[in-house]
Design a protein around this ligand. Structure first.
Ligand code: S3P
Length: 448
C-alpha cells in the first residue's frame, strides 16, 4: 500500500479556497460496520449478502484476511459482496502473514478472532499500524488463554496462538475502546459460557447489534453508571442480509466544509445515526450550524438519516469530555471547523487521539498553527481560537499515513484564504476512496 513514509512516490494534493458547496451525495459505507460484517459473515454457515460495503483499503485488508482463514468473500458489484462462512470454530490456519495495512480496527478485531483458534496467526501492517499499541487487546486475550508474541511495547508484527477453547472472562475495559470490547467479544464467541465486558464509558455498539442480528445472545444492562455486556459463547451464527449505512466519520468532511461556507446547501444521504456516533453533529449544532436530520429510519438494526446542511457562521464552544467516544474520529475535522468559528473551542478528554493512525493532537495542532490558526495543544486535548472567518492557510502538511489528517487539511484549504497542500493523498483510500471526486462534485477545487 503506497504511503508517504513507505514509498518515494507520494502524491501531494492542493485544496483551493472555494465559495459555497452545493449538491446531494451519499457517504461511503461505514468502516466499523464493514469490518464487522466481513468477520461475522465469515463465521456463519451459508450466504451473507452485503450491500454498501466500504471498499476502502482497510476493509479490503480484512476481506483478504478472512479469505486467508478460509471464508469465501466475493465482490459481485459496487459495494455488493457475498460471504460464505465456515461457522464459529470452522476457520483454518492462514498460510502466510496477514498484512492489515493501515487498519487498527482490522488488526484488533482479527486478533480477537484469532484468539479462539488453536493455530498461530501472524499479523503485520504499514509503518503507522506497526507503531500502534496492541497491548490493550493482547492483555484480555491472554487472560482468555491466548499466547501472543510481539515486538517491543506490544507492537506488530505479532503472532497469536489461540486457546481451544478460550476461557470466558469478566473484563472491565480500562480505556474507552470499541475495538478492545469487540476483540474480547469475538474471542468470547469461541468460549463456553458467558463473556462479560464492563464499559465505564459507552463506546460504539456495532458489534453487539450485529452479533444479535446474526443470532448470538447478547445482553446489555446499565449497572452503577457503567454498561455491562454479556455474550453467550459458542452460538450458531446464521447468515443475514446486511445493508451498511453511510459512515458518519466520513460524512463529517463534507458536513464541516458545507457548514463553514456561507451559502452552501448540501444533502448527505443515508448517514449512520447510531447514538454512539453522532457527537460531531451535536457539537456543530451547538456551534450554530444549520443541520436538519431528515427521514430518520431503521436499516437492519442501525438508525440512518439524510443530513441537510446550510453554510453559515459558527461560534466556539466547550465540547464536553464525556462526548469523546461518540465522535473520537471527528476531532481533527472539528478542529478545522473551530478554526473558522468565532472564539475559543475547547476539546478535552482526548488522550486516545495520541495513539490513532498518527498522534492526532500533535499533528493537528502543528498543522493548524502552520496555517495561521491560534491553537494551544493540551496533554489530552486542544484549544482552537478562530476569528470568525477564513483562516490564513498557505501551508503544506505532512499527513503521517493518516487519512483523517489528510482530509481535514484538504477541508481547511477549501475554507482558508490561501490553498492548503497535503504531502500525500494515498492514505485517504483507506476509508474514503472517492473523496476528491465527491467533494469536487459539490464544487470543491483541488490541484496536484
Ligand atoms: C473503531 C473504534 C474506535 C475508532 C476507530 C474504529 C471501531 O477506536 O477510533 O476508527 O470500529 O471499533 P477505539 O476503539 O480504539 O477507540
Amino acid at each position: 500500500m503506497p504511503h508517504a513514509e513507505d514509498s518515494p512516490s507520494a502524491h501531494p494534493v492542493e485544496a483551493r479556497p472555494c465559495e459555497a458547496l452545493h449538491g446531494r451525495i451519499a457517504a461511503p459505507g461505514d468502516k466499523s460496520i464493514s469490518h464487522r460484517t466481513l468477520i461475522l459473515g465469515g463465521l456463519t454457515v451459508g450466504e451473507t449478502a452485503v450491500e454498501g460495503l466500504l471498499e476502502g483499503e482497510d476493509v479490503l485488508a480484512t476481506a483478504q484476511a478472512m479469505r486467508a482463514y478460509g471464508a469465501q468473500v466475493e465482490r459481485v458489484g459496487a459495494g455488493s459482496w457475498r460471504i460464505h462462512g465456515c461457522g464459529v470454530g470452522g476457520l483454518h490456519e492462514p498460510e502466510d502473514v496477514l498484512d492489515m495495512g493501515n487498519a487498527g480496527t482490522g488488526l484488533r478485531l482479527m486478533m480477537g478472532l484469532a484468539a479462539g483458534y488453536g493455530f498461530t496467526s501472524f499479523f503485520t501492517g504499514d509503518a503507522s499500524l506497526r507503531r500502534r499499541p496492541m497491548g490493550r487487546v493482547a492483555r484480555p486475550l491472554e487472560r482468555m488463554g491466548a499466547t501472543i508474541v510481539s515486538r517491543s511495547r506490544d507492537r506488530a508484527p505479532l503472532a497469536i496462538t489461540g486457546a481451544v477453547p478460550p476461557v470466558a472472562i469478566d473484563y472491565a475495559v480500562p480505556v474507552p475502546s470499541a475495538q478492545v470490547k469487540s476483540a474480547v467479544l469475538l474471542a468470547g464467541l469461541h468460549a463456553p459460557g458467558a463473556t462479560t465486558i464492563v464499559e465505564r464509558e459507552a463506546t460504539r455498539d456495532h458489534s453487539e447489534r450485529m452479533l444479535r442480528a446474526f443470532g448470538a445472545q447478547v445482553g446489555v444492562e446499565a449497572v452503577d453508571g457503567a454498561t455491562r455486556i454479556t455474550l453467550q459463547g459458542q452460538p450458531e451464527l446464521r447468515p443475514t442480509a446486511i445493508r451498511v449505512p453511510g459512515d458518519p466519520s466520513s460524512a463529517a468532511f463534507p458536513l464541516v466544509a458545507a457548514a463553514c461556507l456561507p451559502g452552501s446547501q448540501v444533502t448527505i444521504t443515508g448517514v449512520g445515526m447510531n447514538p454512539m456516533r453522532i457527537g460531531l453533529i451535536e457539537t456543530l449544532i451547538e456551534m450554530g450550524a444549520d443541520i436538519a436530520v431528515q427521514d430518520p429510519r431503521d436499516e437492519g438494526g442501525e438508525l440512518v438519516a439524510d443530513l441537510f446542511v446550510r453554510g453559515g457562521r459558527l461560534r466556539g464552544v466547550e465540547v464536553p469530555a464525556h462526548r469523546a467516544p461518540s465522535m473520537i474520529d471527528e476531532y481533527p475535522v472539528l478542529s478545522v471547523a473551530a478554526a473558522c468559528a468565532q472564539g475559543h473551542t475547547v476539546m478535552t478528554g482526548l488522550a486516545e487521539l495520541r495513539i490513532k493512525e498518527s498522534d492526532r493532537l500533535a499533528v493537528m495542532a502543528a498543522g493548524l498553527a502552520a496555517n495561521g490558526v491560534a491553537v494551544e495543544e493540551l496533554e489530552d486535548g486542544m484549544i482552537v481560537t478562530g476569528r470568525g472567518g477564513r483562516p490564513a492557510g498557505g501551508a503544506t502538511i505532512a499527513t503521517h499515513l493518516d487519512h483523517r489528517i489528510a482530509m481535514s487539511f484538504l477541508v481547511l484549504g477549501l475554507l482558508a484564504e490561501q490553498p492548503v497542500t497535503i504531502d500525500d493523498i494515498a492514505p485517504v483510500a483507506t476509508s474514503f476512496p472517492g473523496f476528491l471526486d465527491l467533494m469536487s462534485g459539490l464544487g470543491a477545487r483541488f490541484g496536484a
